[in-house]
Design a protein around this ligand. Structure first.
Ligand code: BES
Ligand code: ZN
Length: 857
């Protein structure tokens, strides 16, 4: 029987109305207990309209125990599915509720829940309604006073937002702690933590001399692995003062690491809560990439203290106002810490891997969406990463000084309020940006395509660059966008004849004149990737090879080699056989030759494009053809460059504890060289990989070797996996790597392995990290997920349904890979859509999963 879809009506941006009631102040008392916690709330409510309407308080899975209005006990009203509706006589009232909630039964990990014996909260986006009756929307800003009471032994540490107040013992083995947050905030920034935690402590003196107590709270055994997060925090605090003039504003800043967490981390005011994988690191358990991610996430959440907390969002349609902006800020921070070119390569790769396909798929939406059903489905690559690209373009247009003044104006003008994208654009406009034009980027979805042609006038020594832009949505052309351009013209011999980094497209077609062009020009478009666009046509292969050798913009040099590889792969697939790869091999050879100067850059440059990126360029994705073509290219590179690759492999030696950019770059290059040498499961590379694994003095080398071995049929593979498991079974975030690396193996038996791993005693679908490692690890495995019988899809669909009963947000994220079905060739596309339909027919689906399924079928 076909179940009728029960999706609620979408929320729409155009329907925004200010809240009927405000809550300027509130106090809470928590009687904490893992099984049953009592939450006593006292809200001062004030009518926010001329005429008085009922007060509607959101609430979900709350057991109402008592209700008072202005001190008078009320008969318990019926609680609707979405909350409580109260008639209030005057324009002011004090509403007091007591509710009971069940943290240990909360598997959604939204609201107050238990993780490893501790209690913690996650409220963004709409989790506070699972803690107390409250107007759960970001434009209701409240000053919070919180008192926590709990058993002293079970929960010796009690943390809240803001500054600490009174604390002490109560009778019966219980104690209390009070927290006061002087800054009004929306309830999504509310947090409490209770548990057995130890602190790594430090302090930071702000530019104006305020001393801030810093603490990172972790399980006692993890204290030694918290130093990098602390260092990152202090670097982030200093950076935000120096670059944005933003100082911290409370007496304390606390970070807590928890093992069960739906996201990466959360910026609760003064009390950030982190997925432990973004806190814990030492050379033995974390890769260089993990170290860098920790720095970026710590910085990101810290930066929200201004971009998100002091100035928050009026409604969830404005999410990019805080997230896109803050991602841009953390990208700038990471670029300043490391190599800007390599960071840019990484950000663009991630944009192309995740945001471009999203923008070209069923869930495509503008950076500021117009409607949503479940907001947690809109924490997307588009909001985050394209959102960051928009800020980057505006900053580039204004230049550093005016951009800084514009940001100062934005923070000063909206401090303590809930703002909109228009407010941000107006601040940029005050420094000269054409904000009305720029606003289009926020409301149009889809990735624009630029078509560029160069006309050379040999006699006049000049050239005309014509650029046309087109951005289509459902086949119709959208308005032209303001697109900054950085281009250069090269001669065939590698000589740069002209370069401009200050061009701006504003029309459907623009032309630009270049002088001093004395030879037929080769165009290098979108240098530095200053605009998030596609460019066509691709230059000819000899032009790409020239640019890969001579471009002085390092991003463009990297991208030329990538495009050369793409074009070799496309030709190979079209011909159905491996064609000559001589030009790619030569280009990789010359890139490798410079490895001593910049190993990190060379590593990225010689890395073959991911299979999914190759697929994104196909009319319909043919996974086995892509895999075969990429393997053939890998074999050609190995055959042509074995000596060079071995030389690099042996020469890249580091000390595992050396976290300098150079050492990291050498390790990255060594791992990538090994990956190329492993082509065809070569025996010499297999034993080198096993040697590297066994001798590794850091997780980066160990993991690079393990991941190279993971695809192999050789016995060393199982041996290495066994050793790794025994060594790290007690480290959850390391064990996730063990699950993920097996799920990503290109071996023919990977599906069976994944099925077995799902029954492994240490697999737990309730833990989002573990579920993700296995399920998304496998779904990202282009070669094995897309098997011809659809068995990979069936396995994923079963995981979705099982996860949905536990944690809808976690489950909804697993649907994404199936939602791309239209992009796949037969039989894969059909098999995927069959699975989506089957998920859609299952009874009792969450709205999270239902929204993703229904918008893709
Ligand atoms: N505010 C988010 C956390 C969040 C994400 C809440 C999704 C609700 C739904 C936080 O600032 C964030 O963006 N975290 C990222 C990591 C960040 C470095 C991009 C995350 O959790 O993945
Ligand atoms: Zn964020």
């Amino acid at each position: 029987m076909q179940r009728k879809s029960k999706l609620p009506e979408p929320r729409r941006l155009q329907d925004y109305a200010p809240p009927d009631w405000l809550v300027p102040a509130a106090s809470f008392r928590f009687e904490l207990d893992a099984v049953r916690t009592l939450v006593h709330a006292r809200l001062e409510v004030v009518c926010n309209r001329d005429d008085i309407r009922a007060l509607v308080l959101d609430g979900e899975e709350l057991e109402l125990v008592s209700l008072r209005i202005d001190g008078v006990a009320q008969p318990l009203p019926n609680v609707g599915a979405d909350g409580l509706t109260l008639a209030i006589a005057g324009r002011h009232a004090v509403v007091e509720t007591v509710v009971a909630i069940r943290p240990s039964a909360n598997t959604q990990l939204m609201g107050l829940y238990a993780s490893g014996g501790n209690l913690c909260t996650q409220c963004e986006a709409e989790g506070f309604r699972r803690i107390s009756f409250f107007p759960d929307r970001p434009d209701v800003l409240t000053r919070y006073a919180v008192r926590l009471e709990a058993d002293l032994r079970a929960f010796p540490v009690l943390l809240g937002n803001g500054n600490p107040g009174d604390a002490g013992l109560l009778g019966g083995g219980r104690h209390f702690a009070e927290w006061d947050d002087p800054f009004p905030k929306p309830c999504y920034l509310f947090a409490v933590v209770a548990g057995q935690l130890e602190a790594l402590r430090d302090s930071f003196v702000t530019a104006s001399g305020r001393v801030v107590g810093l603490a990172i709270w972790v399980a006692a055994a993890d204290i030694d692995r918290s130093g990098h997060a602390m260092l990152s925090l202090k670097q982030a605090m200093a950076w935000d003062e120096r670059v944005y003039g933003r100082e911290y504003d409370l007496d304390v800043f606390n970070i807590v690491a928890v093992n069960d967490f739906n996201f990466g981390a959360m910026e609760n005011k003064g009390l950030n809560i982190f997925n432990a994988r973004y806190v814990l690191a030492d050379a033995d358990t974390a890769t260089d990439h993990d170290f860098d991610s920790i720095a970026a996430v710590v910085a990101h959440e810290y930066f929200h203290n201004w971009s998100g907390n002091r100035v928050t969002c009026r409604d969830w349609f404005q999410l990019a106002l805080k997230e896109g902006f803050t991602v841009y800020r953390d990208q700038q921070f990471s670029a300043d810490l490391g190599s800007p070119a390599v960071r840019r390569i990484e950000s663009v790769r991630s944009l192309r891997l995740h945001q471009f396909p999203e923008d070209n798929g069923p869930m495509a939406h503008p950076v500021r969406p117009e409607s949503y059903i479940e907001i947690s489905n809109f924490y997307t690559a588009t909001v985050y990463n394209k959102g960051a690209e928009l800020i980057r373009m505006m900053a580039g247009q204004l230049g550093a000084e005016r951009y800084r003044r514009a940001c100062d104006g934005y923070f000063a003008g909206h401090d303590g309020t809930a703002a909109t994208v228009e407010d941000f654009l107006a601040a940029m406009a005050a420094e000269g940006l054409d904000a009305a034009l720029f606003a289009r980027w926020y409301s149009q979805s889809g990735t624009p395509t630029l078509t560029a042609t160069v006309e050379h006038f040999a006699g006049d020594g000049c050239a005309l660059l014509h650029v046309a832009q087109a951005s289509r949505r459902h086949g119709t052309l959208q308005e032209p966008l303001p697109i900054p351009l950085s281009v250069a013209l090269f001669a065939a011999d590698g000589r740069r004849m002209a370069a401009r980094d200050d061009l701006l497209l504003t029309d459907a077609e623009n032309s630009f004149l270049f002088e001093g062009i004395d030879a037929p020009p080769i165009l290098s478009m979108n240098r530095g990737f200053v605009a998030p666009v596609h460019v066509q046509p691709a230059p000819a292969r000899d032009a790409l090879a020239m640019l890969a050798a001579h471009e002085d913009d390092r991003f463009a040099r990297y991208d030329a080699l990538q495009q050369l590889m793409h074009s070799a792969l496309a030709e190979g697939m079209a011909a159905g056989t491996a064609l000559g790869h001589a030009d790619v091999v030569a280009a990789v050879r010359s890139a490798l030759a410079g490895w001593q100067d910049d190993p990190a850059f060379v590593a990225e440059a010689v890395l073959l494009p991911a299979e999914s990126l190759v697929g994104d360029r196909q009319h319909k994705v043919d996974p086995p053809a892509i895999h075969a073509a990429r393997e053939a290219l890998r074999l050609s590179i190995r055959a042509g460059l074995a000596d060079e690759l071995w030389a690099v492999f042996h020469a890249c030696r580091t000390h595992g504890g050396d976290l300098s950019a150079r050492a990291k770059g050498l390790r990255r290059l060594k791992g990538i060289a090994l990956g190329l040498l492993m082509a065809g499961d070569a025996a010499d590379a297999t034993s080198a990989a096993f040697g590297m694994f066994s001798a590794a003095d850091c997780m980066t080398d160990r993991m690079a070797a393990l991941s190279a071995l993971s695809h192999s049929a050789a016995p060393e593979r199982d041996a290495a996996l066994r050793v790794f498991f025994e060594r790290y079974r007690g480290f959850p975030e390391v064990l996730d790597k063990w699950f993920a690396v097996q799920a990503a193996s290109t071996r023919g038996d990977t599906l069976e392995t994944v099925q077995m791993l799902a029954d492994h005693p240490l697999f737990d679908a309730r833990n989002p990290n573990r579920l993700r490692a296995l399920a998304l690890g496998f779904a990202g495995n282009q070669a094995r997920f897309h098997d011809r019988k659809g068995a990979g899809y069936a396995w994923l669909a079963a995981q979705v349904l099982a996860a949905d009963r536990i944690n809808p947000q976690s489950a909804a994220r697993l649907v994404g890979p199936l939602a791309r079905w239209r992009r796949l060739m037969p039989p894969w596309g059909g098999l995927m859509s069959d699975r989506l339909l089957a998920i859609g027919r299952s009874p009792g689906l969450s709205k999270d999963v239902r929204e993703v399924v229904e918008s893709s079928i």
